[in-house]
Design a binder for this molecule. Structure first.
Ligand code: SF4
Length: 455
């Protein structure tokens, strides 16, 4: 028996899966669902691709960079597959949906591909019932109640809707994830109750545009229903479309104690001309009005956003309008990216594409300005008391513990024996660019003492 035969023999006894996830939170949660399904099929997750019998690339096509990274990983794994022919290589996610069988033509070492709407088919692939692709865009067959293997233990993500109807001119999502479909309210409620029973403290409701959730309830009504689930201390949601942010939702956010004081509200540009070209459906003035309403109702709310630098046709003046918008609104944080032309989107084919150098220069200006704003806002929190939900040891410094405020800011505190998932009060001692430092207020501990009486 050769070395490779030997490994294949071993693989029949144990089945490990390695999932490489690219992109957004939606994809991370999709990978959790894949793991949930695979666990039922006898697989165990491994962090080492060399130890895996199944390797899944869960891809993202929202930006060119993530796509290039995936293709280079896929090329690299070819030699590995040659040495271990019985290892299955799968491609999932948005590139799988978009590229379809082209992937198999380009990379014959891929065993099967499936799109985000066909995760349930994974079971049939690994059991050998389907042997090629599962990409059909058919909401009838989409299964929304897939088991998820959640890894965090404290915070869980719950999909409330799939797809998007908005067709922003730069975005590939409506093509890869299909039209909007909302999950029934009772299914979401049952999932959240189960998470509470398993000890989860925080849920984040996921959807491309959660504001347009509509099933047996609308989105504000869904929040009211979930706010009543005992054990869940914090409710968050992403992503909100500014056009669909209703007065009713703002009121509910302010009134419900478990809904956190944070909203991610993508602005994308401060220029009305560019917003129109992006097909965003709101003007800068309308956006500002919504921000004012949010801040009036919830004075300590943190607002984060997405900005695209260098959209086709963006002039220096348009760029300056974005810079002015950042100064005026003072976001708590932003995710900013260079415009990335995606094949198949309207903006991908627009004339007046900007050079990479110009896009980079504008992005740097945006990020440098926002870094100063974020640091300033974080410094204003020095000396305040914040409730944080402990997530565990800080990855950057094992001598520290890390958690988040209700406003979604990361706080690091000196290490102390304290259980993950505890809600504790801390005094903020230092505001930094990307995080806060704090110290524990022992007298104000809430639920932080474990069963053995340790703090
Ligand atoms: S709202 Fe626009 S950017 Fe967001 S997923 Fe839908 S099309 Fe894409």
């Amino acid at each position: 028996m050769s070395e490779s035969d030997d490994k294949c023999y071993i693989s029949e006894m144990k089945k490990n899966v390695y999932i490489h996830t690219f992109g957004c939170q939606m994809n991370i949660h999709d990978s959790e669902k894949m793991l949930g399904i695979l666990e039922q099929e006898g697989f165990t997750e491994t962090g080492d691709p060399n130890d895996a019998e199944l390797i899944i690339f869960n891809t993202c096509s929202i930006r060119q960079k993530a796509e290039q990274k995936f293709y280079s990983e896929l090329g690299r794994i070819k030699a590995f597959k040659k040495k271990r022919p019985r290892v299955q290589i799968a491609v999932a996610g948005c590139i799988a949906q978009q590229e379809g069988k082209n992937i198999l033509r380009k990379a014959p070492h891929v065993s099967f591909i499936f799109g985000p709407q066909n995760i349930h088919a994974l079971k049939d692939f690994v059991s050998g019932k389907i042997v090629s692709t599962a990409l059909e865009d058919n909401p009838e067959i989409e299964k929304t109640d897939l088991p998820a293997k959640r890894v965090d233990g404290v915070r869980a993500w719950v999909t409330i809707m799939y797809g998007c109807n908005n067709f922003c001119s730069f975005c590939i999502v409506p093509y890869t994830r299909g039209r909007e479909r909302s999950r029934p309210t009772d299914k979401i409620l049952a999932e959240v109750k189960e998470l509470a029973a398993r000890g989860y403290k925080e849920i984040t409701l996921l959807g491309q545009n959660v504001n347009s959730y509509r099933s047996n309830s609308n989105f504000p009504e869904l929040l009211k229903i979930l706010n009543r689930v005992g054990g869940i201390e914090r409710i968050r949601f992403v992503t909100s479309h500014p056009r669909d942010l209703s007065e009713e939702l703002i009121a509910v956010m302010g009134d419900l104690p478990r809904v956190c004081e944070h909203i991610h509200l993508p602005l994308q540009s401060g220029s009305n001309k560019i917003l129109r070209l992006m097909n965003r459906g709101y003007s800068f003035e309308e956006y500002i009005q919504k921000v004012s309403k949010l801040r009036n109702k919830i004075p300590n709310i943190s607002i984060t956003t997405d900005i695209i630098a260098g959209f086709p046709g963006e002039t220096d003046d348009d760029h300056m309008l974005t810079i002015e918008a950042l100064k005026k609104i003072e976001f708590d944080g932003i995710f900013a990216f260079k415009f990335s032309p995606r094949p198949g989107t309207k903006a991908g084919g627009m004339e007046n594409q900007l050079s990479d150098g110009l896009k980079s220069m504008r992005l740097i200006q945006i990020l440098e300005l926002q870094d100063k704003i974020t640091e300033h806002k974080n410094k204003l929190l020095e000396g305040t008391f914040q409730e944080i939900l402990l997530e565990g040891e800080s990855e950057a410094d094992r001598k520290k513990l890390t958690g988040r405020t209700r406003t979604n800011k990361i706080v690091n505190i000196p290490w102390i024996e304290i259980k993950k998932g505890a809600l504790i009060s801390v005094e903020i001692t230092k505001g930094r660019k990307h995080s806060l430092e704090g110290k524990l207020l022992v007298q104000d501990l809430k639920g932080a003492v474990d069963k053995k009486g340790k703090i």
